[in-house]
Write a protein that binds this ligand. Structure first.
Ligand code: BMA
Length: 313
């Protein structure tokens, strides 16, 4: 099977642009996604014309078209009681926590000290209960698993280190209460040298439960003479012990190709923050070049089969 066939772009892409929002903005991209009351809900990152981001919800019956967007921003930065949100909130990832009957939203808060991981919970995507900053800067690309492991919640995140040179690996940590996080360890390291995912990787959408393990879609950032290229790769974690990486593919599976991915506010970027499974299919929602929102679909069994063929873990 050829990697380029795994994710199929929706012919109506881009599905949402800043021109289609009910109020003026600079861009709409990097949306979290979930199924809710028979609809697909996107929590979209909207960048305003001051440069700061907030979230606005959009809903669709089939998850493909007919999107209706909240008339006003759904969640705005609240620097008065959360100073870490002074320069905006970005890149939400949504996980439904059945045990608590709510959705967690992990997002990047752009603080004075740099980007960090914040957490909020919601039951309706109207009211949000903030848990505040859960991991200090620089840290991004965080998402919760939907279940506890041996009594503890688990979160994937992506701190940045400058040792021995700047590098960014995917980490995992655990918490008894969603507030205090510990047992930090590297989960998926960036590769080195000439690899497409050398030096900087990060989780894209939250881990997806499959029959064979937690499916991980992550981004790898390649630095070139003309800038970065954001591409996507696959890995698989053990269902019982998410610290165990069962497989990791060698090649990327999705890369900027269409004009709305190649050209925007940041060129050559595909950046998903959400996917929704329906039967064997998955709908992947991704930001195109930090400007618009696009959709691609894939078959989960095909992703798992391809991952096995390409495993170099
Ligand atoms: C990352 C994040 C994303 C963005 C990407 C490309 O660091 O900030 O929000 O889409 O860079 O610019």
């Amino acid at each position: 099977m050829r990697g380029r066939d795994l994710f199929k772009r929706y012919p109506g892409n881009p599905i949402i642009t800043h021109e289609s929002l009910p109020y003026q903005s600079n861009s709409v991209f990097n949306a979290g996604a979930t199924a809710m009351e028979g609809q697909t809900l996107l929590l979209m990152r909207v960048e305003d014309r001051k440069g700061m981001s907030h979230f606005t919800a959009a809903r669709s019956r089939d998850g493909l078209s007919g999107w209706t967007t909240d008339e006003k921003p759904t969640l705005i930065p609240s620097p008065a009681d959360h100073p870490e949100e002074m320069w905006g909130i970005e890149d939400p990832r949504i996980t439904y926590l059945q045990e608590l009957g709510c959705w967690s939203v992990t997002y990047t808060a752009f603080s004075q000290g740099g980007p960090l991981v914040s957490l909020a919970c919601t039951r309706d995507f109207v009211k949000f209960e903030r848990h505040g900053a859960v991991l200090p800067p620089e840290d991004k690309d965080a998402a919760l698993f939907p279940v506890r492991f041996k009594g503890r919640w688990a979160m994937i995140h992506r701190p940045v280190s400058n040792w021995p040179a700047v590098r960014a690996d995917i980490w995992i940590c655990f918490s008894p209460d969603l507030k205090h996080w510990g047992d930090h360890r590297i989960l998926i390291p960036a590769r080195k040298g000439g690899w497409w995912d050398a030096n900087k990787v990060g989780l894209s959408p939250p881990p997806l439960a499959t029959e064979e393990g937690w499916l991980i879609l992550y981004h790898g950032v390649r630095t070139t003479a003309t800038g970065s290229i954001y591409r996507l790769g696959l890995a698989l974690l053990d269902l019982e012990d998410p610290c165990k990486v069962i497989a990791r593919a060698d090649e990327w599976v999705f890369s900027p190709q269409e004009s709305y991915e190649l050209m925007g506010d940041v060129d050559k970027v595909v950046f998903p923050c959400g996917w929704v499974r329906e039967g064997n299919s998955v709908r992947l929602y991704y930001g195109g070049a930090d400007k618009c929102l696009a959709l691609a679909t894939a078959e989960v069994p095909e992703l798992l089969e391809w991952l096995k063929e390409h495993d170099v873990n």
